[in-house]
Design a protein around this ligand. Structure first.
Ligand code: CS2
Length: 501
């Protein structure tokens, strides 16, 4: 069935509004937010809560200018739709029947791809009406080296820093195309200072430990490495805030069956559709340099201390997610939900949380960690989203140090070798080994290795079977000081040897 494409015009012409579909309220009148990393997660999370906050308050200043990272695909999906797209929430009701709810979101006013529109993005970052920058660029988007400092050898970041050095003194008519999110951000800060547009708040929404302070440090270090940026450094220290946040919503890749279902519900074709679980959570450090949307009116928690929430989320949810992804894919499970109904994996997930993770956490005020664990595991078991193990498994060399190895360090410091975490790492090693050798198959499809460190990982795979665990544990870019811990090494070796071949 062919259907008209979603747009402001076709949406306005829908009569009657389909039942079970929620439409956006009035579109924002101006752009107050620049978002870097216009992927599915942002569209299902911050963009939704920004629209909800506007609906609650009537404050129409908070339109979003979304910026993609690597390609123009999302721009080309959203531009013909006037920035409109659907969010399809898939869950289960109390009886266990699948539920589907669709809403059309209107908070994205503009979408840009830096490969085409760097000048436009820089001028929005410098506009007085822009007060907030949000980021979801994934772990690897920050271009941090293994030691946590900016990777100044990264060619994309280096290109942006050369452009920044040039732009410190003047605003070129045709700026060089931005190639990295951090480079784009610091160049935007330079433009903003020159334009005299006042303070800005930069809100990191990625799964990094202490994400706000980590981004602040990165920006400071990148500027310190750029000759002639002294006064910009001082301006940033005085006028830019970097609150920490904890973001949470499971957002799988959109599949053709999702598009078909949404089209049947709305009656319009939507190339920009995103899919999500019903659950959504955002905890934000209340540290803004200027105005912001009233996100608390949309259900977000504004607090002084995000760290305990963030740590609980990374260590309970993300670490267990990765464990289920690696161990699940190796046992042939295509989705996280299928992995959760495998008793061996359900028990591994629970043991990981109970035995290794929970002893390392301090509960935020009024927060029940055991109930949180149960809620997370129930969310994983939701079969409706079809979230795949392979999607969560990507970029393990970047993700595991953030979500799992902090737990390992804390347990070792407490004198306990965390054996479930060792099993998780062993599952990662086995997954990477099978993927690198071309022998990993899920759902009858060969799964390649998808990781920015693929070269180093493939080199660790190469060699005799008995040294496999040790060759991985020697990867200091992943394990850091843990490479030197004999008890930890022995636990991973045992866990890998104990795995079925
Ligand atoms: C997942 C996360 O893909 C992954 O690595 O663990 O994207 C996870 O779904 C989100 O952090 C949930 O908020």
């Amino acid at each position: 069935m062919t259907a008209d494409r979603l747009s402001a015009r076709t949406l306005a012409a829908l009569a009657p509004v389909p039942r079970g579909v929620r439409l956006p309220g009035p579109r924002p009148a101006s752009t107050g937010i620049v978002h870097l990393g216009l992927g599915a997660f942002h569209r299902a999370h911050q963009a939704v809560l920004t629209e909800d906050a506007a609906a609650e308050t009537g404050d129409d200043r908070w339109g979003i200018h979304g910026v993609t990272q690597r390609s123009a695909r999302v721009v080309d999906q959203l531009a013909p739709q006037d920035g409109l797209y659907g969010v399809l929430s898939l869950g289960l009701d109390a009886e266990g029947a699948e539920t589907a709810a669709l809403r059309v979101v209107g908070s994205v006013r503009e979408a840009s791809y830096p490969g085409r529109d760097t000048a436009r993005v820089l001028s929005t970052l410098a506009a007085p009406s822009t007060h907030v920058v949000t980021l979801t660029v994934t772990e690897k988007g920050y271009r941090r080296a293994a030691d946590g400092h900016p990777d100044l050898n990264d060619p994309d970041l280096a290109s942006d820093l050369a452009a920044l050095a040039d732009e410190l003194g003047h605003t070129p008519e045709r700026p060089t195309e931005a190639r990295s999110p951090i480079g784009l951000l610091v160049r935007g800060l330079a433009h903003r200072r020159r334009a005299g547009s006042g303070p800005l708040t930069v809100v990191c929404c990625d799964n990094l430990v202490d994400n706000g302070p980590a981004l602040a440090t990165l920006v400071t270090e990148v500027l310190a490495a750029t000759p002639g940026s002294r006064s910009l450094q001082d301006w940033v220290a005085e006028h830019v805030r970097f609150p920490a946040t904890m973001v949470d919503r499971i957002v799988p890749a959109t599949a053709p069956q999702h598009r078909e279902l949404a089209q049947a519900m709305l009656g319009l074709a939507d190339e920009g559709l995103v899919v999500a679980e019903p659950f959504i959570q955002w905890v934000i450090q209340d540290d803004f340099a200027g105005p912001r949307p009233a996100w608390e009116r949309a259900g977000a928690t504004l607090t002084d201390d995000v760290a305990p929430y963030e740590r609980a989320k990374l260590r309970v949810l993300n670490a267990t997610h990765s464990t289920l992804a690696y161990a699940g894919a190796l046992r042939g499970h295509a989705t996280i939900a299928e992995a959760m109904v495998d008793p061996v994996l359900a028990s591994l997930a629970r043991t990981l949380v109970d035995q290794d993770v929970l002893p390392t956490l301090v509960a935020p005020d009024g927060f029940d960690l055991a109930a949180y664990r149960d809620q997370v595991l129930t969310r994983f078991a939701n079969p409706a989203t079809g979230h795949t193990t392979v999607q969560v498994a990507m970029d393990g060399s970047q993700k595991l140090p953030i979500r799992l190895l902090g737990t390992v360090r804390d347990r070792l410091a407490a004198g306990v070798v965390p054996t479930a975490s060792a099993q998780a790492v062993a599952a990662w090693i086995a997954y990477v080994t099978a993927a690198a050798r071309g022998t990993l198959e899920v759902n009858g499809r060969r799964v390649p290795l998808d990781d920015p460190a693929a070269g180093a990982l493939a080199a660790a795979v190469d060699g005799p079977a008995h040294g496999l665990a040790d060759r991985f544990l020697d990867l200091r870019d992943v394990f850091g000081d843990l490479s030197d811990h004999d008890g930890w090494r022995a636990a991973v070796r045992d866990a890998l040897e104990g795995r079925p071949a």
